[in-house]
Design a protein around this ligand. Structure first.
Ligand code: CS2
Ligand code: MN
Length: 343
């Protein structure tokens, strides 16, 4: 296992030096943020990022994310050119020593929450999701926490409309088409693709979501058996689906899980949840059981503490402050060490 930490590049308020000071930190998970989706990431930009990491004594072996253009998900004719660009980005990342790319295939939106700063009794705050509140929003005039800067209302409506002809099967076919198009670049560079599950794992505003649990994992492996087609096992995303047995999934897919995002949820009702500190005792997911299942089944990938709370007065990017994620990393280091020694 290699412990990593997400870093939003030079604009991140958390300096690499601080990240390096977290015990057992092998590297950062980052991305080139100023290239429009669909265009090739220039080698120079990638190497500049790598140089910053090198100087801080941190590896840059994991990228999160190389975003997938909506035209690829929609299966538009322009997709072939966009897939060729994606493959070129993979080759450029390979030249910089990248080993794993996290991506997702969610239409229009990535993660969805209804509140980014839900205050807990102890004064900390975290992200939360309330299904009823989301259902009350006007789908023609959507304003979602964290997404208002990404699209204008017209753009958003046009994009949602474009998906009316894309059901779950079609979206999955488009994913397979995309993967088959990039696997040669992965074979050449040795890079593993690690799809992030849908967050939360159910349809939203009539938009299909297809990476929701064990069935989706089986279908993906069957459709694209190449070993470079693998998973980002995000416990918070999958764990919002009450039917997912995370320890069983961790055990079954350990060798295809190239990247693990570990975080905790506290359930409120059937679909609702609030994100919590990483400890097993802080929520409903058995973090210890998940780590144990991963280790016992031979998991050898990258791990990062996923979303943390804002604590100690920090006003960090929602989910991505320094303190609680550092505590999460420390806790996960302890769990991994204990489980490994008892293996
Ligand atoms: C992440 C996702 O912050 C988060 O919620 O887990 O945004 C993740 O980076 C993407 O879905 C990966 O493509
Ligand atoms: Mn995640």
């Amino acid at each position: 296992m290699k412990m990593t930490f997400r870093w939003y590049g030079e604009k991140d308020s958390i300096p690499l030096e601080y990240i390096k000071q977290i015990p057992n930190m092998s590297g950062v998970v980052t991305a080139v943020y100023d290239t429009p989706v669909g265009e090739v990431w220039e080698l120079d930009k990638i190497l500049r990022l790598k140089e910053l990491c090198d100087k801080a004594g941190l590896e840059m072996e994991v990228i999160e994310s190389v975003p997938v253009h909506e035209d690829i998900k929609l299966g538009k004719p322009s997709r072939d050119g966009l897939i060729a660009n994606y493959a070129q980005t993979i080759r450029n990342l390979g030249k910089a020593g990248v080993k794993c790319i996290c991506y997702n295939f969610m239409p229009v939106f990535d993660w969805l929450r209804t509140n980014l700063k839900t205050v807990a009794q102890d004064g900390s705050n975290s992200l939360s999701y309330c299904h009823e509140e989301l259902m009350r929003l006007d789908p023609k005039n959507l304003h979602l926490p964290g997404w208002d800067e990404s699209y204008s209302t017209d753009e958003l409506n046009a994009l949602i409309e474009a998906y009316s002809g894309v059901n779950h099967e079609k979206l999955f076919e488009n994913l397979v088409y995309f993967l088959n198009g990039i696997m040669p670049a992965c074979d050449e560079t040795g890079i593993n693709m690690a799809i992030h599950p849908d967050d939360p794992p159910w349809d939203m505003f009539g938009l299909p979501r297809i990476i929701t649990g064990a069935e989706s994992y089986d279908k993906m492996i069957k459709s694209v058996p190449n070993k470079h087609n693998g998973f980002t096992f995000c416990t918070g995303s999958l764990g919002a689906g009450r039917g997912n047995d995370l320890a069983a999934m961790a055990h079954k897919y350990a060798k295809r899980i190239y990247f693990a995002h570990i975080r905790q949820l506290k359930y409120n009702g059937d679909k609702d949840f609030t994100e919590a500190g990483h400890l097993t005792s802080a929520g409903n997911l058995d973090i210890y059981g998940i780590v144990k299942a991963l280790v016992k089944a031979g998991f050898d990938g990258y791990v990062r503490p996923d979303h943390g709370r804002n604590i100690w007065g920090e006003d960090g990017k929602p989910g991505y402050g320094l303190y609680d994620r550092a505590l999460g990393a420390a806790y996960l280091n302890g769990l991994f060490e204990a489980v490994q020694k008892n293996k």
